[in-house]
Write a protein that binds this ligand. Structure first.
Ligand code: 13P
Length: 251
């Protein structure tokens, strides 16, 4: 069976000191909890200090973005090797905020995913439709297109190292969660596509749901067969709330 995976995406929130304070409260709350994988993606500026706090724990460090190049004249960018150096084990690629605000398209996502895999970092590949696309009835097609183009560079032998996050844009930061049934419909669609592309390995890939996941709705979401965890924004900023989320109860 797939091991659930929960990731905190702090976006542009928390200084390094605040990240350390979070870890001091959060780690005791999840001590010994090994039935799930837990990942925290702070801003770049907190990676080093948070990484030291997480050292020796079962909570993994992640970055929120990366440049696909090895090195060079790319002012303001961060290379995969630099993330390895800081102990990052996962990195988000293709988050809808980066797609909408910073021109991240599927082709770039694919190059980033390939660069991360080449460095032994697991990409968390984000996909999801906008409200207009859902209203037009295009949600499944949009997600399929993003998925196939974003995974264009990934080989079947690398399938076990990727994580997919389905985040409908209309549910991000809005308090409006997709119902478990709506989420499951898209997750099942993603699963089928992964099976076609990767064969049996498609069954092993974890698919997270993201968009206003909270302690109050995580249990219901996790009852769905193809929802294997969550990518959590707002509610992951609070150690109590995020620890309750990762301690979801299967009803
Ligand atoms: P919220 O949980 O704040 O809706 O954010 C979701 C998200 O974008 C996580 O990547």
């Amino acid at each position: 069976m797939r091991k659930p995976i929960f990731a905190a995406n702090w976006k542009m929130q928390k200084t390094a000191g605040e990240a350390e304070a979070f870890a001091d409260k959060f780690l005791p709350l999840v001590a010994g909890l090994d039935r799930v994988d837990i990942v925290i993606a702070p801003p770049f500026t907190a990676l080093d200090r948070l990484g030291h706090k997480l050292d020796g724990s079962h909570v993994a460090l992640a970055a929120q973005n990366v440049n696909a190049e090895e090195r060079g004249a790319f002012t303001g960018e961060i290379a995969p090797g630099m993330l390895v150096d800081l102990g990052c084990r996962y990195t988000l690629v293709g988050h809808s905020e980066r797609r909408a605000l910073y021109g991240e398209n599927d082709e770039r996502v694919a190059r980033k995913a390939a660069a991360l895999l080449a460095h032994g970092i697991r990409p968390i590949v984000c996909v999801g439709e906008s409200l207009e696309q859902r209203k037009r009835g295009d949600a499944l097609d949009v997600v399929s297109g993003q998925l196939s183009d974003s995974l264009a560079t990934v080989e079947a032998s690398q399938a076990d190292d990727i994580v997919i996050a389905y985040e409908p844009v209309w549910a991000i930061g809005t308090g409006e969660t997709a119902t478990p049934e709506i989420a499951q419909e898209v997750h099942r669609h993603i699963r089928e596509q992964l099976r076609v592309k990767f064969g049996e390995a498609g069954d092993r890939i974890r698919i997270q749901y993201g968009g206003s996941v909270k302690p109050e709705n995580v249990d219901e979401l996790m009852t769905q067969p193809d929802i294997d965890g969550a990518l959590v924004g707002g509610a992951s900023l609070d150690p109590e709330a995020f620890s309750r989320i990762v301690r979801f109860e299967k009803t």
